[in-house]
Design a protein around this ligand. Structure first.
Ligand code: MRU
Length: 338
């Protein structure tokens, strides 16, 4: 199943808000629609957001090319800034927009049609490199797991969160292909249930054994059943190895440390932010209260309940056993180099 597909000037996005009940694609021709789709989580997961943003820049360039050639670059720049601000935490979004910006700069003064064609090529390159990185990380990560591994993952860091194969689920896919997976435990991932809706769906489709737990069961799972690894993705990794990922990741890392379970983060280099020296500098998105007060549109708390709804948290680097990237596996002290 494709998370996103570019075809003849249209971005087709799998609407993940409808999964697992309905497999339906949005056909988007306006960069503003892509921004809306990113905000409402029709497309989500750091690398997938990055690729969608790269194609949003293409749509913006196609629109800008309709107007005055002199204003082309300025109009495109304004749209790119809007796209880069669609969601704040996953740095892949800003990274992909910056890559497209570099294309526009390199082709300054060239006809808009040529710029558009190069932006399409760059977006396709971002897409292809993401899939390749995931496969490489899958192989590196699978090698770290023992046979008969019982692993826990949080949120969805799978094919649905990337351009294909997945980061954390890429490791699990590769380990499963090597006959190493006994069981994957999937945290449901409150409040928006990416674990229950997306990770379980994805693993079931691939015939990988998966057991759903609520987030609050993770500690008892480690104590009672035993666990060989926690494997998660990341939305942004600071230069010192602090990791921003879906809310609840930090609690898992604390639990893992207490129970002596390795805690692995899997992410491509596009998720590492050299400009954030540590996790304190990572902007954490706060989302609407009704995501917490309601479940599937049904209220589960009294009207007017005060809510705090950070979508991500930061796991300090000292709780991270290793960070698996396409350039290799990094261990503390984390130094990612150039
Ligand atoms: O709010 P979401 O669903 O976009 O959050 C996604 C996550 O936190 C993922 O773990 C992260 O983006 C890594 S995806 C390979």
């Amino acid at each position: 199943m494709e998370t996103l597909r570019w075809e003849n000037g249209t971005l087709h996005l799998l609407d993940q808000t409808l999964l697992p009940h309905e497999v339906s694609y949005l056909a988007l021709n306006d960069y503003r629609e892509v921004i809306r789709a990113i905000r409402r989580l029709s497309v989500r997961g750091a690398p997938a957001i990055g690729a969608a943003a790269a194609y949003a820049v293409v749509l913006a360039a196609m629109e800008a090319a309709q107007g005055d050639a002199e204003d082309f670059a300025a109009r495109l720049q304004k749209a790119a800034e809007e796209i880069g601000a669609a969601r704040p935490t996953a740095v892949n979004l800003r990274w992909a927009v910056a890559r497209q910006h570099a294309v526009v700069e390199r082709l300054a003064g060239e006809p808009p049609e040529k710029v558009v064609a190069e932006l399409v090529r760059e977006a396709a390159a971002i897409f292809a490199a993401d899939v390749a990185a995931n496969r490489t990380m899958g192989a590196y990560g699978a090698a770290l797991l023992p046979r008969e591994a019982r692993v826990l993952t949080h949120c969805n860091a799978g094919a649905l969160a990337t351009c294909g194969y997945g980061t954390a689920l890429g490791v699990i896919r590769a380990a499963h292909a090597a006959g190493k997976i006994r069981m994957v435990y999937a945290d449901e991932t409150r409040p928006l249930l990416q674990g229950a809706r997306l990770t379980v769906f994805e693993l079931q489709q691939d015939g990988i054994p998966v057991t759903l737990i609520t987030d609050s069961m993770a500690g008892y799972l480690m104590a009672k059943k035993g666990l060989d690894a926690v494997i998660v993705g990341a939305d942004r990794i600071a230069a010192n190895g602090d990791v921003a990922n879906k809310i609840g990741t930090y609690s898992l890392a604390v639990l893992a440390r207490h129970h002596g379970v390795p805690f692995y983060v899997t992410a491509p280099f596009s998720t590492i932010d050299p400009e954030a020296p540590d996790g304190a500098g990572i902007p954490i998105e706060e989302r609407d209260a009704d995501e917490v007060t309601h479940l599937g549109g049904v209220p589960v708390a009294p009207a007017g309940t005060a809510v705090w709804n950070p979508a991500f948290d930061v796991t300090p680097h000292n709780l991270v056993t290793a960070i698996i990237t396409e350039r290799g596996v990094y261990y503390p002290p984390y130094r990612f180099g150039a």
